[in-house]
Design a protein around this ligand. Structure first.
Ligand code: ADP
Ligand code: MG
Length: 241
């Protein structure tokens, strides 16, 4: 197998919020074209990992490397490198149309023709949104709003897409559709995707690698099948009870 190139790496990252150690000496790496799960109980530090990559929290220690070169993450700079972040809680603009939401994902794209092309590429991935472009996003179902949030993150044609709890508040059937879409995006666009989830076994089979965090510490790194076989998620979650 050809070794995939490393895209992004966190090296010994620590993040503190006052007295709370949200991340303690955490190292994670994401290679080109792979789907990686970051899992763990509430408060484990999952969202903080994504925020550290995107420059939304201050790190007390450690480095972020892009193609093995250290970067100092600042949101708009990170977008230009090819990193896209879809935050937790479907932060779509409910009073704007679907089209306006998608256009906002492309504010860094100055060339109108390129923006138009990107919009078409994204709508090819989400054909169900074509007929909804003029609708107010708040009128769409939860699953459709999540699709808008992911589509918006794709407008910049990132090399890596960071998704924070894309399943939140969705029914199992819709969660399955969201994960199928994630797999499709990964395959068609050869894009690396990081999916943060609380405790969702159905995510593991589509991942190449999974990291498990607990109380800000990386407690396990492995492949999905092993994590399922060894009941590692149960062990981490039971320890919380
Ligand atoms: P997860 O996404 O795994 O649920 P987070 O990364 O959001 O966890 O949070 C990790 C820890 O850091 C938690 O204890 C949380 O309460 C704390 N934390 C997160 N953001 C802040 C913040 N802005 N201020 C203070 N504490 C925070
Ligand atoms: Mg979170």
């Amino acid at each position: 197998m050809v070794k995939k190139e490393q895209l992004l790496r966190l090296e010994n990252i620590s993040v503190n919020f006052g007295g709370v150690h949200a991340l303690k000496d955490v190292s994670l790496s994401f290679d080109e074209g792979e789907i990686v799960a970051v899992m763990g109980p509430n408060g484990a530090g999952k969202s903080t990992v994504l925020k550290a990559i995107f420059g939304l929290v201050e790190t007390a220690q450690g480095k972020v490397l892009w193609h093995e070169k250290e970067i100092k993450p600042i949101p708009h700079e990170v977008v230009k490198l090819g990193i896209s972040f879809v935050p937790q809680g479907r932060r779509v603009f409910k009073y704007l149309t679907v089209k306006e939401n998608l256009e906002l994902g492309g504010v860094t794209i100055k060339n109108k023709n390129i923006l138009k092309e990107r919009m078409e590429e994204v709508l090819d991935l989400f054909p169900a949104l074509r007929t909804k472009m003029k609708e107010r996003t708040g009128n769409l179902s939860g699953g459709q709003q999540q699709m808008v949030a992911i589509a918006r993150g794709l407008i910049t044609d990132p090399k890596i897409l960071l998704l924070d709890e894309p399943s939140l508040g969705l029914s199992p059937k819709i969660v399955k559709e969201v994960f199928e879409k994630i797999k499709e995006i990964n395959e068609k666009r050869k894009m690396a995707i990081v999916v943060v989830e609380h405790n969702l076994k159905s995510l593991l089979p589509i991942t190449n690698k999974a990291y498990i965090l607990d109380k800000g510490v990386l407690v396990h790194t492995g492949v999905g099948a092993e994590i399922l076989k060894d009941n590692i998620l149960e062990k981490v979650f039971l320890a919380k009870m």
